[in-house]
Design a protein around this ligand. Structure first.
Ligand code: FAD
Length: 427
């Protein structure tokens, strides 16, 4: 077992996150059994939160409940589609979490949260009590928003918006496709997980087609009129994929309304498009358990107190990551990781009878247009009563008009970002 105290670093983090003061006085802890923190979800938010609660105060009994034995990251899953990375390289396990970091890992599905009894119940029949619960279940899909599309149809027309078997299926379909076919990609309306993700996906599929099926085409039928890093993507597409990618915005009849799985067609208001491969990314909502636990608002996302990520609906339950409403912070893995650290520090403070203080957060999002052509957007967020607002002048988009050296460096940073964040979370 590693030394779990890491005092210097822990104190430094708590100070810079502005989360709590000294953690040496432990009024809540020490007068009986150690407090129990349960975390639901072993993805970007949940796995970070579990590890950091334990790291900040190893007297707390932390359990992480994750439905699957391994976790495939959505970040870099587009590179799997492009044939640039393997599935194995984006798949992580929870062995270090359990063996090195002292977190109890339970592979099961939480089906009920009883907030009055402070208890979660799992599909496998476990009833586990908590003092504080952290919920990071990611997203679910509003399949009903697109006629003809549902979970069963997604087994033949993948969304691939949760990485794993869906990613492998879409990759297989791209490999099996004849040269000269059209790949249809339908991004959802806002808000959704990873705003630049669909356009990085188009880039990585184009990278594959250019090499292996050069007569093919990608048609993006969008539910929106603008998208994240549009100027940078457009510049990169012109440079590398001229004539290969066509983007149709919502105002030009881009919005997909119906899918006919048997005919292999996609229908907008006025047009029918035939796809050799179809990738529908449906509109999204908070993960199922957030709904089952009554943590969501009428829009399907979870309102939170901004300093602690504690639900504004139910006490002692914190919601982080994609499922939460973190105002201007995007639904990204990087954001979930940052929020998890703020939340972990706040939970430790609250369990120690201390007052969490005002956090500052950040997000960086890299996208690859080719394996050696990267673009990025960065922001630092300041918290106020209204939520998280980007600090003017801190971060921004990487510039357009840069040459290959600059883009190659951004691609290198992207690979470094992935390696570091994966190690931070599952390492
Ligand atoms: C194609 C694509 C590319 C992306 N690229 C990037 C990128 O480059 N950078 C970036 O920062 N972000 C990126 N993202 C976004 C990122 O993947 C998400 O924002 C991030 O995963 C959110 O973390 P989370 O903890 O909220 O949810 P997740 O990471 O989805 O974790 C949720 C976990 O909870 C588990 N779970 C759910 N319900 C239960 C339950 N009831 N019981 C037990 N377990 C449960 C699930 O099995 C899952 O493991 C990308 C997304 C996509 C789709």
């Amino acid at each position: 077992m590693k030394d779990m105290t890491h005092k210097g670093t822990r104190r430094q983090f708590l100070k810079t996150a502005g989360a709590v003061g000294a953690v040496s006085a432990l009024p809540m802890i020490g007068c009986g059994a150690p407090p129990k923190v349960i975390v639901i979800g072993g993805g970007f938010g949940g796995a970070t939160a579990a590890k950091y609660v334990k790291w900040f105060d190893n007297r707390i009994d932390v359990s992480l409940i994750e439905a699957n034995k391994t976790y495939a990251t959505c970040p870099f899953s587009n590179l799997v589609l492009g044939g640039v990375r393997s599935m194995a390289s984006i798949t992580h396990d929870f062995v270090a979490m359990q063996e090195d970091h002292g977190v109890h890992v339970v592979h099961d599905m939480v089906v009920t949260v009883d907030h009055k009894k402070k208890m979660v119940k799992t599909k496998g029949g476990k009833a586990l009590p908590y003092d504080r619960l952290i919920v990071s279940p990611g997203i679910d899909f509003k399949f009903e928003a697109i006629e003809g599309y549902d979970a069963a149809v997604a087994e033949t027309i993948p969304h691939a918006w949760k990485a794993g078997p869906q990613t492998a299926l879409l990759r297989k379909q791209l490999e099996a496709m004849d040269d000269g076919g059209t790949v249809i990609l339908a991004p959802p309306p806002n808000p959704f997980r990873c705003p630049p993700g669909p356009y990085e996906r188009a880039s990585m599929i184009a990278h594959y087609l250019k090499r292996h099926k050069p007569k093919s085409k990608i048609l993006i039928l969008d539910a929106k009129d603008k998208f994240s890093k549009k100027g940078l993507f457009t510049e990169g597409w012109k440079k590398h994929y001229a004539g290969l990618i066509e983007w149709v915005p919502a105002s030009k009849d881009g919005r997909v309304r119906r899918v006919d799985a048997k005919a292999g067609t996609v229908h907008t208001e006025f047009e029918t498009h035939k796809g050799a491969v179809i990738n529908i990314i449906p509109p999204q909502t908070a993960g199922k358990i957030a709904h089952a636990a009554s943590l969501t608002n009428q829009l399907g996302w979870c309102p939170i107190k901004f300093d602690t990520f504690e639900s504004t609906v139910l006490d002692n339950i914190h919601v982080i990551g994609d499922a939460s409403i973190a105002t201007k912070m995007p639904k990204s893995g990087n954001a979930a990781n940052t929020q998890a650290k703020v939340c972990a520090a706040a939970v430790v403070a609250l369990l120690n009878g201390e007052t969490p203080s005002v956090p500052t957060t950040s997000n960086t999002c890299y996208s690859l247009i080719t394996p050696n052509y990267g673009i990025s957007v960065t922001a630092v967020y300041r918290m106020s009563a209204k939520g998280y607002t980007p600090v003017a002048g801190a971060g921004g988009l990487s510039p357009t008009g840069e040459g290959p050296k600059f883009r190659e460096q951004e691609a290198r940073y992207a690979r470094g970002w992935y390696a570091n964040i994966a190690k931070d979370i599952w390492g």
